[in-house]
Design a binder for this molecule. Structure first.
Ligand SMILES: Nc1ncnc2c1ncn2[C@@H]1O[C@H](COP(=O)(O)OP(=O)(O)OP(=O)(O)O)[C@@H](O)[C@H]1O
Ligand SMILES: [Mg+2]
Length: 291
């Protein structure tokens, strides 16, 4: 049996590092697979493979803050990385173009985000028509198959007109470029998009809910433990008291779970216990408010 049989191959290597380096490593995010995320990724793959048609499909991936939406898109982007620069256009070749809805949701800024994502020059002072013209020209040449817009709840920071204009812009891009548009946001995004029946039909919703105390959750915890560089097994998923404590402290929000377990792992390293125990978990939870 290999040393550190309770760990993933990567974590086994890290487990031998000195304490300070292991603790620094805990701050990095590592992708952990779980069924709902896998479903989301499969749905994204299905959309990416969608043939060109007059009315391209879209998707709204929604869930509360810190639940794991952006992590899914980051994972999807790693699976579909930008290819090399095209020497003729000087642009990146990308199938999936990812941007964020600007905090002040104006069409000009959204075009600006798209230009920047393409590594194209953009002057924030340019007028809408000029930016639109430049951006559409570039986008037609690059021809992405999918555009992802994260933080789409930022729409609600805009006036009713700005909201409508930005949403129409997404629809326009989808029609013009024959590409799939995927938007990500909180429940507010769902409200913003689904007030307009036309837009709603373009963006069927896919929810990323909070965790419930069930088999999937224990699977996620087991996956998480496998990548924590601790030298002893904690068997978190098999401990009813630890599973319940994690659920009640974090409210089942993925980001809080990740933070709680990383801090508990840090405490396990510092205390030389080398595994997470119910007492240690409680001590870490007591020190900090997670939910
Ligand atoms: N699949 C995963 N594997 C490991 N950790 C994850 C995973 N998904 C989420 N996390 C943890 O949860 C944190 C929050 O995730 P993420 O940034 O994707 O949330 P979000 O839904 O985009 O939140 P916001 O709406 O605030 O942008 C991540 O930084 C990471 O620590
Ligand atoms: Mg996010």
């Amino acid at each position: 049996m290999p040393l550190y049989a309770h760990l993933s191959a990567e974590a086994r290597v890290v487990a031998d590092w000195e304490d300070a380096r292991r603790i620094a490593h805990l701050a990095e995010d590592h992708w952990i697979d779980y069924p709902r995320a896998r479903q989301a990724l499969e749905e994204l793959e299905r959309l990416l493979a969608c043939p060109e048609r007059t009315r391209m499909p879209g998707l709204l991936l929604h869930g509360e803050s810190n639940i794991g939406k952006s992590m899914i898109i980051q994972k999807f982007l790693r699976m579909h990385p930008a290819q090399d620069f095209n020497v003729h256009t000087g642009l990146l070749q990308v199938n999936v173009l990812a941007v964020q809805m600007p905090a002040a949701p104006q069409e000009r800024r959204l075009y600006g985000q798209l230009m920047m994502a393409l590594n194209a020059p953009f002057r924030p002072s340019d007028r809408l028509l000029a930016v639109e013209h430049a951006a559409l020209g570039l986008l037609r040449r690059v021809a992405p198959r999918m555009i992802v817009v994260d933080e789409v709840h930022n729409l609600l920071a805009g006036s009713a007109n700005e909201q409508r204009a930005s949403l129409n812009l997404l629809k326009f891009l989808s029609n013009q470029l024959r590409c799939v548009i995927v938007v990500l946001g909180t429940r507010d995004a769902l409200v913003a998009l689904h007030t307009d029946a036309q837009i709603a039909s373009r963006f069927p919703s896919f929810e990323l809910p909070r965790w419930q105390e069930n088999e999937d959750f224990r699977g996620f915890l087991a996956g998480f433990e496998r990548q924590l560089p601790l030298r002893q097994a904690s068997r978190i998923a098999a401990s009813r008291s630890m599973v319940s404590a994690i659920m009640s402290v974090t409210g089942g929000v993925t980001g809080h779970i990740s933070e709680l377990l990383s801090r508990a792992a840090e405490a396990a390293i510092r205390s030389k216990r080398e595994c997470i125990t119910p007492d240690l978990l409680q001590a870490v939870a007591d020190k900090r408010a997670f939910a």
